[in-house]
Design a protein around this ligand. Structure first.
Ligand code: ATP
Ligand code: MG
Length: 331
């Protein structure tokens, strides 16, 4: 049956993202608890809504324990609403901000789940996720780890990306430079996310500084083009003003005397060595090696999610008996 907004009862606000808000809702006719994500639709975008809804139907066909299930989507002017499986422990960014750095054995299970999810999306549906980050990795009290918010079709994404998607600091060097997006770009984003979970903070800062200012940094700015960082020939005054405002809002990354604007950070990702799981010796060698292979700056050298499922650290996570359900009950 088709979902309708009038059948959904709001229960609780779960979070705010760049494009809109996510609420816990009850589908009253069936008693099903869902997460409803409402994103505002830009005017010029409305003409594509039919196509977008059609493409969202692809999500119906996604059937994997590592992918959030999809209940349906509808337009509730001016929003496009996507209803999905509700995950009662929320996203991994919220979890580490609450409980601190996440146990490396759990991080191993996260790596495994994300790689399985990415492999499923690509092998079965030819979908590239495009937005892997801790806020898009969800957890529930049964100990399941699932990914959400993946790009359904390239064309759709490009049109949305221009409007909604922020410039993300989980972006790979090749993506920042405007190269073709591939499954390997998701692997980079996974590497950054895993370091963030293991250290309990976003990795692009001075690791010796404990009181770094990064805890509040969302890792994303919006609205902004995720494309190449070469400036377009003409910029409207309005755009310039927006840029200025953003800068003056002081979006900067501070740590150990280092302050980076978003542009400097993106340049840093492109030009400097990739971050690593440090300090050396704190984490298992295999985990360090796995993260290093996710963060190879040359995408030709980087492996695909499917290949990385064979990595020794991931193989070990597969057979590890760590009880995620018990872990979930501790917070
Ligand atoms: P961005 O807009 O930069 O992608 P985001 O991923 O945090 O950031 P949203 O996708 O709008 O933004 O999600 C907002 C928050 O809602 C998430 O951080 C997550 O904690 C929560 N959330 C999203 N989907 C679900 C879900 N299915 N179940 C439970 N909580 C969810
Ligand atoms: Mg999200």
């Amino acid at each position: 049956h088709d979902l309708r907004n009038e059948d959904l009862k709001d229960m609780q606000e779960l979070g705010q993202g760049n494009g809109g808000s996510v609420k816990k809702v009850e589908h009253v006719p069936t008693g099903t608890i869902m997460a409803k994500k409402a994103s505002i639709t830009a005017q010029h975008f409305l003409s594509h809504l039919k196509q977008i809804l059609r493409e969202l139907q692809i999500m119906h066909d996604c059937n994997s324990q590592y992918i959030i299930s999809f209940y349906g989507a509808f337009i509730f002017d001016p929003n496009i609403c996507i209803c999905m499986e509700f995950m009662d422990k929320g996203s991994l960014d919220g979890i580490y901000k609450k409980i601190g750095p996440i146990d490396i054995d759990v991080v191993g299970k996260v790596a495994l789940a994300v790689l399985e999810g990415l492999t499923y999306l690509y092998d079965v549906h030819r979908i590239i996720h495009r937005d892997i980050k801790p806020s898009n990795i969800l957890f529930n009290s049964q100990g399941h780890i699932k990914i959400c918010d993946f790009g359904v079709s390239g064309e759709l994404i490009n049109s949305i990306a221009d409007t909604f998607v922020g410039t993300s600091t989980y972006m790979s060097p090749e993506r920042i430079q405007g190269a073709q997006y591939t499954v390997k770009s998701d692997v980079w984003s996974l590497g950054i996310s895993l370091i963030e979970l293991a250290l309990g903070r976003f990795p692009f800062s001075d690791s010796s500084s404990d009181d770094s200012d990064l805890s509040d940094f969302e890792g994303t700015l919006s609205p902004s083009r995720p494309g190449p960082l070469t400036l377009p020939p003409k910029k409207s005054k309005e755009q310039k003003d927006k840029k200025k405002k953003r800068k003056s809002k002081g979006v900067s990354l501070q740590g150990g005397g280092m302050t980076m604007s978003i542009l400097e950070l993106l340049q840093h990702i492109v030009n400097e060595p990739a971050p690593r799981l440090t300090p050396e010796g704190r984490f298992p060698k295999e985990a360090e090696d796995f993260v290093d292979s996710c963060l190879l700056k040359d995408p030709d050298m980087r492996k695909t999610p499917k290949d990385l499922l064979q990595h020794p650290w991931v193989e070990r996570s597969k057979s590890a008996t760590f009880d995620l359900e018990a872990w979930a009950s501790t917070f």
